[in-house]
Design a protein. Structure first.
Length: 410
C-alpha cells in the first residue's frame, strides 16, 4: 500500500538532476549505476526505465537522489520530454526564466498545454517545489490539450464527489476537484494510506519515475478506458454512479434519478420530509472488492455485504416536522429503499468527515430548525427473484419520481 501511494504521489519525482539533465539521453546500461538506488529499492525498475529513456538523470556524482523533491522547472522539463502532444508554439513569457537552464523546456511544456503564463502572473519561480495539486492540474491539462474528451472529463467532474478525506474535511479547493478527479480516475495519482490527497505536499524523484511510466500509457488512451474516471464523471453529472458500476440496471423510462435529486419526499408517518442528493452504488461483495472507486470512502471490514443485493449509500437530508423526531421516527417513516436507509457501521464516516445517523436515539442529531444532512446505507436487488424485472423508486411530493429497473433478457 505504501509503495502504491508513493507511486501515485507522482507529484515531483520527474526531476532531472541538473540543468543539463534532460538534454542527453542516458544509455540503458548506465541506468542501474546509482549508488543510492539498490536493486531492492521499490522504484528500481521505474528509475531504470526513466533514466534509459533520458527522462531523468543522476546528479553527476553517481547518485540519483531518489528522495529529493521535484521543482516546477524540473517537472515541466520532464513533461516536455515525455509528452507526445503537439507544441502549439509561441514562447511562454516568464520573465524569471530568462537564461535559466529550463527556459526552453518550460516554454515547450506550456506550448503542449500543461500550463500557461496566465497561471503564474507573479513569475514561474522555477526552483519552487511542485505541489501535488499543482502537478495534478498540469497533468490533467496536458491530457485535455491532447484529447478533447479529457477536457470534457474536467468539465464533468467539477461537481463530483472526490473520494479523499479533504472533500468533507477541507483542504481541497473546489476549483481543483476536476484535476484531482482525472488523476484518481485514471490512476495517475492516488491518495495516501490515510485516504487524504495531500495536495500541498511535494513529490520525490523516485515517485515521479513511476508516474512517467503511467503517463506514457495514459496519454495513449481515451478517458472512457478508465472505469474510475467514468464513475467520477457520472457522479458529477447525474449524482449517481449506477450505470458505470451496475450496468444491468437501467433507469425507468423518462424517470432517471437525477430528476428527483433535491426534491422533498414525505415520510409515511408524516413526521418529516427527506431529500436525496447522491446515490453511490457498490457492485462488489467485500471490502476488498467493492467494485467502485468510492469503496474506501464508505466501506471497511465492518460493512455487511449480502449475496442477493447491491449496497447503495445515500446522501440525504431531513426536515423534521415533529417535536421529538429521532432515529426511530426516521427509520419508521422510510417507505422505499431509495428514499432512505440505516446508519453506516463502518469507520469511514469520521475518517472522511461526513455524518451518518447517530448510534443512540438521535434526539440531538436532528435539527429542529433546519435540515440535517447525512449519509445512510440501503440496498437494491442484485437478482430478479420473481416476474420479469426488479427495481426501486423514489417518489417526490411534487408528483415526480425516479426509478431503476433490471429486466430479464429477452
Amino acid at each position: 500500500m505504501f509503495k502504491a501511494m508513493l507511486m501515485t504521489i507522482f507529484a515531483g519525482a520527474m526531476i532531472l538532476g541538473t540543468a543539463g539533465a534532460i538534454e542527453q539521453p542516458v544509455p540503458a546500461a548506465a541506468a542501474a549505476a546509482f549508488k543510492d538506488v539498490p536493486a531492492s529499492h521499490w522504484a528500481y525498475q521505474a528509475i531504470n526505465d526513466a533514466v534509459s529513456k533520458g527522462y531523468l538523470k543522476g546528479d553527476g556524482s553517481g547518485k540519483f537522489r531518489p528522495n529529493d523533491p521535484v521543482t516546477r522547472a524540473e517537472f515541466a522539463a520532464i513533461l516536455a520530454r515525455v509528452s507526445t502532444n503537439e507544441n502549439a508554439g509561441g514562447a511562454a513569457a516568464f520573465s524569471d526564466l530568462t537564461g535559466h537552464w529550463s527556459e526552453k523546456e518550460v516554454s515547450e511544456a506550456a506550448g503542449k498545454g500543461f500550463f500557461s503564463p496566465s497561471d503564474y502572473t507573479n513569475g514561474f519561480k522555477p526552483g519552487t517545489p511542485l505541489t501535488r495539486v499543482e502537478m495534478a492540474k498540469w497533468m490533467a491539462s496536458g491530457l485535455a490539450a491532447r484529447d478533447g474528451e479529457y477536457k470534457q472529463a474536467i468539465e464533468d467532474t467539477k461537481d463530483t464527489i472526490v473520494p479523499v478525506t479533504e472533500y468533507y474535511k477541507g483542504g481541497l479547493n473546489k476549483a481543483d476537484y476536476p484535476y484531482v478527479s482525472v488523476m484518481l480516475g485514471t490512476g495517475l495519482m492516488s491518495g495516501y494510506p490515510d485516504d487524504s490527497f495531500g495536495g500541498g505536499k511535494t513529490t520525490t524523484r523516485a515517485e515521479v519515475a513511476v508516474i512517467i511510466q503511467r503517463y506514457e500509457t495514459t496519454q495513449t488512451k481515451a478517458p472512457k478506458a478508465f472505469k474510475g474516471l467514468n464513475e467520477l464523471r457520472e457522479v458529477g453529472t447525474t449524482g449517481t454512479n449506477l450505470r458505470t458500476v451496475i450496468p444491468a440496471y437501467q433507469y425507468t423510462e423518462g424517470h432517471d434519478l437525477k430528476s428527483i435529486l433535491g426534491k422533498s419526499s414525505s415520510l409515511r408517518n408524516g413526521e418529516g420530509k427527506v431529500k436525496v442528493y447522491h446515490y453511490i452504488f457498490m457492485s462488489g461483495l467485500s471490502a476488498e472488492q467493492t467494485g467502485s472507486i468510492y469503496g474506501r470512502m464508505f466501506v471497511d471490514k465492518a460493512t455487511k455485504f449480502f449475496d442477493r443485493s447491491y449496497i447503495v449509500f445515500i446522501d440525504t437530508s431531513v426536515q423534521t416536522l415533529s417535536e421529538n423526531f429521532n432515529n426511530r421516527s426516521y427509520s419508521n417513516g422510510i417507505n422505499a429503499a431509495l428514499q432512505g436507509g440505516y446508519r453506516l457501521f463502518s469507520s469511514t464516516a469520521p475518517k472522511f468527515g461526513f455524518k451518518t445517523l447517530a448510534t443512540d436515539g438521535g434526539d440531538e442529531f436532528f435539527s429542529k430548525v433546519s435540515e440535517t444532512r447525512f449519509w445512510v446505507t440501503s440496498s437494491v436487488p442484485r437478482y430478479i427473484t420473481s416476474g420479469n424485472s426488479a427495481g426501486e423508486s423514489y417518489f417526490a411530493d411534487d408528483g415526480t419520481y425516479g426509478g431503476i429497473l433490471m429486466k430479464k433478457s429477452e
